[in-house]
Design a protein around this ligand. Structure first.
Ligand code: BDR
Ligand code: CA
Length: 314
């Protein structure tokens, strides 16, 4: 089967790291770009390089934006730990970043690689800058999927999900100018919980990648327990990659989605127009997102685990 050519824009990040492993196994991963998000740009770039090295993968990493477009810089160290990868000790990568120009790399790769699927699993700063640089970017892509937003409720605030909240102005540009995107929000990712059973499968596989994923999962499960009282952890970003690799496991519908920029309690919220009736033309708001709603969670959990175990067997 032909593998999807994929470029991942990320901010590793425990779940980003697992997403990179899944993408490297299941897609034709043509490059990685990094963005400030869960931790600062030095750490997210270092972590992407280190994950590729542990996985033995030859994929270039391009450094991107060090700060949001307008918003003050935020992070999610309280979830991902001070380095971004929990308490996992990861070897110093030998390979250096391929460039410090993620935006150029995104624009050039979209033109060079036919049917490229761009997957953004961090704040949308690089993607907004790429759209500013090349407004025709959407026409060069085979698809664009994000992990971000929520149909109802947030994680970082009562109404906002982290990736949107961390750079709402960038998200607003992307939602209004990308044409159509697939939105894998918290409504989906909170259904796909990985726990001790998956951790044990990964550890038993004993490959470098699977052991790293088991260590990361240990951290994620502990934090999900402390923060939410859950016995499993949502591995948001790997779930978004799975939505590209196996879309039949997900269902959604096309909706107009806007980003709230001003609300004192709702900044960074994804406002989904749920009014019935094929909204294009009737309400003046245009469908711009395939909002995923339902997922075969068990199949996605198994597929993520299988993919990580398979990385070292390629
Ligand atoms: C998203 O925020 C980050 O902390 C995760 O890596 C994920 O991309 C979940 O809200
Ligand atoms: Ca992320």
């Amino acid at each position: 089967m032909k593998r999807v050519p994929m470029l991942i824009d990320c901010d590793p990040g425990v779940d980003d790291a697992i997403a990179l492993m899944v993408a490297a196994q299941g897609a034709d991963l043509v490059g990685i770009t990094t963005v400030n998000g869960n931790v600062g740009i030095d750490a997210t770039t270092h972590n992407a390089l280190a994950v590729m090295e542990v996985a033995g993968l030859d994929v270039d990493v391009h450094r991107g934006a060090a700060r949001p477009l307008i918003s003050p810089t935020v992070d999610a160290r309280h979830v991902h730990g001070p380095t971004g990868l929990g308490s996992v000790e990861i070897p110093q990568p030998r390979r250096a970043e391929a460039s410090a120009d993620a935006v150029d790399f995104i624009c050039d790769t979209a033109r060079a690689v036919s049917h490229l699927h761009l997957v953004a699993i961090g704040p949308l700063t690089n993607i907004a800058l790429a759209l500013r640089k090349d407004p025709n970017l959407p026409s060069h892509l085979g698809g664009f999927t994000i992990m971000g937003g929520a149909h109802r409720g947030g994680n970082v605030t009562a109404s906002a999900e982290f990736n949107i909240w961390a750079d709402p102005e960038a998200a607003a540009i992307v939602f209004s100018e990308m044409g159509m995107l697939t939105m894998v929000g918290l409504d989906i990712t909170h259904q796909v919980l990985m726990g001790p059973a998956e951790r044990d499968r990964l550890r038993a596989a004993a490959t470098p990648c699977a052991v790293l994923a088991a260590d990361l999962l240990d951290h994620a499960v502990a934090r999900a327990g402390e923060i939410r009282g859950w016995s499993g952890a949502p591995i948001h970003d790997a779930t978004a990659v799975m939505a590209v690799l196996d879309p039949d496991l997900f269902e959604g519908d096309h909706r107009p989605v806007a980003i709230e920029l001003n609300g004192s309690h709702t900044r960074g919220m994804t406002v989904i127009d749920e009014r019935p009736g094929g909204l294009d033309g009737r309400t003046g708001s245009k469908n711009n997102a395939n909002v995923l709603r339902t997922v075969n969670a068990e199949a996605v959990v198994t597929a993520i685990t299988d993919a990580v175990i398979a990385v070292d067997q390629q």
